[in-house]
Ligand binder design. Structure first.
Ligand SMILES: [Cu+2]
Length: 174
C-alpha cells in the first residue's frame, strides 16, 4: 500500500518538476530588468528566513524537552547482562534466560568477522539490533515487556552458513 502511494507521489512530483522545466524553457528568451527580480528574490529570502525562525524555534524547544532521552536515562539501572559472541556460524551467549520488565544489557562482540546481532520477538519482529565486531564490544540495552521465546539471528552476510546463525533467548515473567 505504501509502495503504491510512493509511486503516485513520485509521479506527481516528477510531473510538477517537468512543468517547471517547461516553464523555464518557454520563458528563457524573455528579457527583463535585473534589479526588480533581485529585489523580489531578497524579499522571498527574508520571508523564508523568518518562517524558518518561527517554525524552527518552537520545534527545537519542543523536541529538546525530552532530553536526556529514555535510552540514556536508565543507564544506571541494575541490568541483567548477557555476553554475546558471534562466530562463523553460531552465537554463544553467557546465558539464555532473562526476566521481563527489567533492562537487559547485551554486550556483543565477534570472534572472527563482522556479524549483525538482532533480537526477534515471538512474532519475528526485530526489537533490538547492533553490529557484532571483532575486538570491539557494542552494548545494547533492551527491556523485554512480553515473556516468550525470542530469536537471535545474524543480519549481515558473513559467509556460506550465515543463515545458520540462530540462537534463542527465553524471557520469563518478571
Ligand atoms: Cu553472521
Amino acid at each position: 500500500m505504501y509502495q503504491q502511494l510512493a509511486w503516485q507521489v513520485t509521479l506527481i512530483l516528477v510531473s510538477a518538476l517537468a512543468l517547471v522545466f517547461v516553464f523555464v524553457a518557454l520563458r528563457a528568451r524573455q528579457h527583463a530588468d535585473y534589479e526588480p527580480i533581485q529585489h523580489r528574490g531578497y524579499r522571498i529570502r527574508t520571508r523564508f528566513f523568518w518562517a524558518l525562525v518561527l517554525l524552527g524555534t518552537p520545534t527545537l524547544l519542543y523536541s529538546m524537552t525530552d532530553l536526556p532521552y529514555a535510552a540514556m536515562r536508565d543507564r544506571g539501572a541494575a541490568a541483567q547482562v548477557v555476553e554475546v559472541v558471534g562466530h562463523q556460524w553460531y552465537w554463544t551467549l553467557s546465558g539464555n534466560t532473562v526476566r521481563a520488565g527489567q533492562p537487559v544489557e547485551f554486550r556483543i562482540t565477534s570472534a572472527d568477522v563482522n556479524h549483525g546481532f538482532a533480537v526477534y520477538d515471538p512474532d519475528m519482529r526485530i526489537v533490538a539490533q547492533t553490529q557484532a565486531m571483532p575486538e570491539y564490544v557494542n552494548k545494547v540495552r533492551y527491556t523485554f515487556t512480553r515473556p516468550g521465546t525470542y530469536k537471535i539471528m545474524c543480519l549481515e552476510y558473513c559467509g556460506v552458513a550465515h543463515q545458520n546463525m540462530m540462537a534463542e533467548i527465553q524471557v520469563q515473567e518478571s
